[in-house]
Design a protein around this ligand. Structure first.
Ligand SMILES: [Zn+2]
Ligand SMILES: [Zn+2]
Length: 170
């Protein structure tokens, strides 16, 4: 019982000091590739920034405190984000082009989009998503047809990709 508590305290103390809770090595900003999928969505991160001790089997930490929520904002909401995914505007599920802002009228087909993602406070990385893709009839930009259902499964695929490399919040 006491040894368990000691071990837990040791891990807690290491984490507090920005060290790997398993080996005690310092966690440094690293870039890792990982993939995940859920239902009809698959996602691939290339050069995902995270904190790692260098041992691929040990847990990683988010590059910044807010990495998880900032990533979602960047993908779906942030006005300046250029990741090719349609945006939901207003109530309901009305889709608008990420590039020109006009309403999406076409229908989705199976395909793949990729783009560079810039999350506040850390390194940029690239992201590929395979799933329902639509082309904007006004500016011809291809993008993920990002309905509520699609963004739900995209989030699950992201969780899966993070699990693959034991990536956890700070
Ligand atoms: Zn380690
Ligand atoms: Zn457009």
């Amino acid at each position: 019982m006491l040894t368990k508590l000691r071990m837990w305290l040791k891990r807690f103390e290491r984490r507090r000091r920005g060290k790997c809770e398993f080996c005690g090595q310092p966690l440094i900003l690293s870039r890792i590739d990982t993939s995940g999928s859920d239902e009809n969505i698959s996602i691939h991160f290339q050069g995902l920034p995270c904190l790692s001790c260098g041992d691929p089997m040990h847990p990683k930490r988010y590059a910044t405190q807010e990495f998880g929520s900032n990533l979602m904002d960047t993908l779906y909401f942030a006005g300046e984000s250029k990741f090719p995914a349609s945006r939901i505007k207003g109530l309901g599920d009305s889709q608008h082009c990420y590039s020109c802002g006009k309403g999406i009228t076409g229908s989705a087909r199976r395909g793949q989009v990729s783009g560079v993602v810039i999350v506040t406070g850390t390194l940029e990385f690239s992201l590929k998503i395979a799933g329902p893709i639509v082309t904007c009839e006004f500016c011809r930009s291809e993008q993920l047809y990002n309905t509520k259902d699609v963004s739900f499964h995209t989030n699950e695929a992201i969780v899966e990709a993070f699990k693959q490399i034991s990536l956890k919040p700070c």
